[in-house]
Ligand binder design. Structure first.
Ligand SMILES: CSC[C@H]1O[C@H](OP(=O)(O)O)[C@H](O)[C@@H]1O
Ligand SMILES: Nc1ncnc2[nH]cnc12
Length: 334
């Protein structure tokens, strides 16, 4: 649907908005987008929503993995969608421009992110096709991904240490789990839902060895992916409530009698998982939007301003040059 006053470049299939144009920005303010959705492996678009158009903002950290799709549901709630690995899955887990993705979602207004991820199961009881809304995560990425908005290395200019004891938003997470359970009980009764589990995020792109897979089990890991970090950390720094919705595709490599995981197995499972994820997304948007729709909401108040206490650098020592970047993700920063 084209909107009055917008200057648009029409592609064959989708209206492309200019992120710098005043009329688009005015329209954006009216849409009041609060929920961002990150599609993982297999999820490259939203189903069951009216697609309004797309916008590709250049953030101080570059462009996101894909333009943001702006979509609206039947109740008129607008959301933004991003394909983590790009629209054709051309970006490796280590190559995802995570800072740009989170910054772009903050720019468009997101206060909550529902992040989907295909995962391997490290537990017998989590079968392929099951859904998991984890509460904890173990970081096994290898330092090759930029993991903070606040600069890295000795020339950072500004140093911040975000609280991350509870890596997923503890107000939204139980709500998300409940809605996922209710939705799948109705729509996909054979799919089990698990909560309160521990994810492991590894570097990839190769899958784990059997020894590693067994080690993660011994550490208490229940599922494994390659994408949830630093995504969840950066969302915390940008004061966006982040919840991971994991869909199991395989048993990784720990089961002695089985072959270890390969992509064909993952892809075979993805088709069913993606269909279920689209139903879950449709069910989540209204209630989660309700929980973050304005700055007076409990979930928003709980996270907004939390980074004030995380910045260690003395204010007078923070270079002017880095301040616009901080303001891009934290609107209250002076
Ligand atoms: C396709 S198997 C490995 C790949 O799948 C997961 O991606 P995402 O989290 O974006 O769904 C996993 O993290 C790996 O990147
Ligand atoms: N076994 C596995 N390891 C890491 N990431 C995955 N994504 C899906 N299955 C996975």
């Amino acid at each position: 649907m084209a909107l009055r006053g917008e200057s648009l470049r029409r592609s064959d299939c989708m209206t492309e908005f200019n992120p710098n144009e005043a009329s688009f920005l005015a329209q954006l303010a009216q849409w009041n987008i609060r929920v961002g959705i990150i599609g993982g492996s297999g999820i490259y678009k939203l189903e069951g929503f009216e697609i309004i158009g797309s916008v590709n903002p250049e953030t101080p950290w570059g462009f996101p993995s894909s333009p943001l799709t702006i979509a609206r549901n039947a109740q008129g709630v607008h959301v933004a969608f991003l394909a983590r690995h790009g629209l054709t899955h051309s970006i490796t887990p280590s190559g995802v421009p995570v800072c740009a993705n989170i910054a772009a979602l903050k720019w468009i207004g997101a206060r909550a992110i529902l992040a989907f991820s295909a995962v391997g199961s490290l537990r017998e009881e989590i079968a392929p096709r099951d859904f998991v809304v984890p509460s904890q995560i173990i970081d096994r990425t290898k330092g090759v991904r930029r993991a903070t908005f606040f600069g890295e290395g000795k020339d950072a200019g500004v140093v911040a240490h975000a609280m991350f004891g509870d890596p997923f938003d503890e107000i939204l997470r139980p709500q998300v789990e409940k809605i996922v359970r209710e939705t799948l009980a109705k729509e996909e009764p054979n799919v089990k839902v698990h909560g309160d589990k521990t994810a492991v995020c590894m570097e990839g792109p190769a899958f784990s060895t059997r020894a590693e897979s067994l080690m993660y089990r011994a550490w208490g890991g229940d599922l494994i992916n390659m994408s949830a970090l630093p995504e969840a950390k950066l969302a915390r720094e940008a004061e966006i409530s982040y919840v991971l919705i994991a869909t199991a595709t395989d048993y990784d490599a720990w089961r002695p009698a089985e072959g270890s995981v390969h992509v064909a197995e993952v892809v075979a499972c993805l088709v069913a998982n993606v269909a279920a994820s689209q139903k879950v997304t449709a069910a989540l948007v209204n209630p989660i939007n309700e929980l973050v729709k304005n700055d007076d909401c409990e979930a928003v108040k709980a996270i907004r301003g939390s980074m004030r206490f995380s910045i260690m650098t003395r204010p007078e020592a923070i270079p002017e040059s880095v301040k616009p970047r901080i303001r891009y993700i934290l609107d209250w920063y002076k």
